[in-house]
Design a protein around this ligand. Structure first.
Ligand code: URA
Ligand code: SF4
Length: 206
């Protein structure tokens, strides 16, 4: 079994945190092992919990549009969340839940080894930028170790707050260019080697 299928199988029966009690289905995430771009959302909502798949509700529909805006196809990217089980009533995930769930996300990222990581919303942003504000750094790429990390507004926030919609669409237009640049750099061999993977990717950051 591939590492990603192993992680998915473990997630589906996981009882490491309280969210296991109220979930219908755990949502491990989807996408090819070869994905260049890796999206990290917050946690499953009602539709995701029903189907066991990430981003299949209204914000998922918008995310698919945004992915296409960046010149990507949804089937080519990896999509998952910081917590794999739905927080009841869509409340925020708690620090101990994110910590319990982090090893699954860490293994998924190590296995896919993406060129670009896109965080959606503040909970996945805090994995890479613990003390930043999303309103300040959204859309701005940073090279962290051998990857480019791009913090984005959560698509649900942009759906609910009309004023953010233009900003998130513009950020995803720019994302297409950021990915092209990262690809060109990697092809030239400009990226740090895997050995230089920084401690932060091995650390628990939540
Ligand atoms: N919002 C998220 O953060 N993740 C999903 O999978 C769906 C909605
Ligand atoms: Fe396990 Fe993560 Fe689900 Fe908690 S949220 S039960 S740690 S899979």
């Amino acid at each position: 079994m591939s590492v990603l299928s192993e992680v998915a199988a473990e997630v589906r029966v996981c009882t490491l945190c309280e969210l296991s009690v109220s979930r219908t289905n755990a949502v491990p995430g989807t996408g090819p092992e070869t994905a260049e771009v890796f999206f990290i959302g917050e946690g499953p909502g009602w539709h995701e919990d029903q189907q066991g798949l990430p981003f299949v509700g209204a914000s998922g529909k918008f995310l698919t549009e945004l992915i296409e805006t960046a010149g990507l196809r949804r089937e080519d990217v990896f999509i998952t969340n910081v917590v794999k089980c739905r927080p009841p009533g869509n409340r925020d995930p708690l620090p101990d839940e994110m910590e319990a769930c982090a090893p699954y996300l860490n293994r998924q990222i190590e296995t896919v080894d993406p060129l670009v990581v896109v965080t959606l919303g503040r909970f996945s942003m805090s994995r890479y930028f613990p003390s930043e504000r999303i309103s300040r750094i959204h859309g701005q790429p940073r090279v962290i170790g051998r990857r480019t990390v791009v913090p984005m507004y959560h698509p649900a926030a942009a759906l609910h707050q009309g004023s953010l919609r233009g900003a998130i669409v513009e950020d995803f237009v720019q994302l297409g260019k950021i990915i092209a640049k990262a690809r060109a750099e990697r092809e030239r061999g400009d990226q740090p080697t895997p050995e230089a993977t920084p401690a932060h990717e091995q650390m628990k950051l939540f």
